[in-house]
Design a protein around this ligand. Structure first.
Ligand SMILES: [Zn+2]
Length: 409
């Protein structure tokens, strides 16, 4: 396979999780009786441009289904993050009623609702029908197509050029990263600003976050690789912020390389230097990572087996993609983990892909009084612990498995 950015033959292994079903292919009581498709889940690094990317395999097109079940608005901390972002951008770039904001991967309008409330004209691009419908219910205009150079040009020609574009947690999800990035160059006004948020590969490796790997993630990104990809597609990075979201993310600010007027901040060089210091320009950084998932899987299985032998009552919280990667790689099944609680009604009554663990509503926790609740989306640990604090009434404890198995105080 060749690099999706620079076309170099990929020979540097990063992560081999065997095979897994698509992480959002939740099963119903009916589909539980049918076979499931599992696809290879291997990730390689490009030793030329350092873009880390999921290996191609047969059946890729089957991965994205219409009833995509991830609705951003179900996380209250993510909503607060979006609201703060809008406030910051309005102030920094002096946005107002004369401005135009475009969000790519607008999901259910979790972010644009705050742009709309600030009285700023905006447009969302969101190809998933179910989340686009939820955004429209908030009164937002949504273009229900995949983004790239063609759509960026079309929107610009239709008078939709942007003073600000937002693209949160989507850069890693696009197969053709060059075409996607080029779309922003086409869509921005001459002085427009494009922001992108994505999990930082450096943090992923440092914190052993192998469970953020799943089929729908095409890329794992460093600033080193992003800067190179942006430059090749007409964008110039001028600022970067390190965020705590998703276990450590970057928010990259870019402008058109031909017309942008923003000065480059020292933060860009600082993050690039931190990546060099972490070893991200050496092959060892990438080839050593694959040891971590095996250790984490052993620790989790040991804990669950001990619980089963001691008559402990273990439950999990958060039927997210991360949890699917972890349970499937570690080989966790309902005899070790009988159910997962999730707040999203669209997931309740369904089953985790692969592991086939039932997904239930929160009432089950009070009814079954588990001794331990394994928090699968560790990035939302504080929020989940506050929400489920009542398990302490019966002596319940919280557990996380990444970066190491930990029974929390
Ligand atoms: Zn490359």
């Amino acid at each position: 396979m060749k690099c999706r950015h620079c076309n170099t033959e990929l020979t540097l292994p990063f992560l081999d999780l065997g095979s897994a079903p698509p992480s959002n292919a939740y099963l119903s009581a009916t589909t539980l009786n049918a076979p499931e498709a599992w696809y290879p889940l291997r990730v390689l690094a490009c030793s030329h441009c350092w873009l880390v990317q999921t290996e191609d395999h047969a059946g890729r097109e089957a991965l994205f289904t219409e009833d995509y079940a991830y609705f951003s608005s179900f996380s209250s901390s993510w909503l607060a993050h979006a609201k703060a972002y809008v406030g910051d951008m309005v102030q920094r770039f002096k946005l107002g009623a004369q401005s135009h904001v475009v969000e790519v991967a607008a999901n259910d309008g979790y972010l644009l609702q705050y742009v709309q409330q600030a009285g700023i004209p905006c447009l969302g691009v969101e190809p998933t029908a179910s989340t686009a419908a939820a955004a429209r219910e908030k009164g937002l205009a949504i273009d229900e197509r995949f983004f790239g150079v063609a759509l960026g040009r079309e929107l610009a020609a239709a008078g939709q050029s942007a003073d600000l574009t937002a693209a949160n947690n989507v850069l890693a999800h696009v197969p053709d990263i060059n075409d996607f990035v080029g779309g922003f160059t086409a869509l921005l006004k001459p002085q427009g600003v494009a922001t992108f948020e994505f999990p930082h590969l450096m943090r992923m490796v440092q914190s052993c976050q192998f469970d953020t790997a799943y089929h729908e993630h095409y890329s794992y990104l460093s600033l080193t690789a992003v800067q190179r990809i942006f430059e090749a597609n007409g964008l110039k990075v001028f600022d970067v912020q390190e965020l705590s979201t998703h276990g450590g993310s970057l928010r990259v600010f870019a402008q058109r390389a031909d017309t942008g007027g923003q000065a480059v901040t020292p933060a860009v060089q600082q993050v690039l230097a931190a990546e060099v210091a972490a070893g991200m320009l050496t092959t060892n950084f990438y080839s050593q990572f694959d040891l971590q998932p095996k250790r984490i899987a052993r620790e989790l299985l040991s804990f669950l087996i001990k619980m089963a032998e001691e008559d402990g009552r273990v439950a999990a919280y958060g039927a997210a993609a991360k949890g699917n990667t972890l349970c499937n790689f570690a080989g966790v099944r309902p005899h070790l983990l009988p159910y997962v609680v999730d707040r999203n009604p669209a997931k309740q009554g369904k089953f985790m892909p692969g592991s086939r663990i039932p997904i239930v509503d929160e009432a089950h926790l009070r009814a079954h009084r588990p001794s331990h609740v394994l928090i699968l989306p560790w990035n939302l640990k504080d929020e989940v612990m506050a929400q489920l604090d009542y398990i302490r009434e019966w002596g319940g404890r919280f557990v996380t498995a990444v970066p190491r198995l930990e029974i929390l105080p």
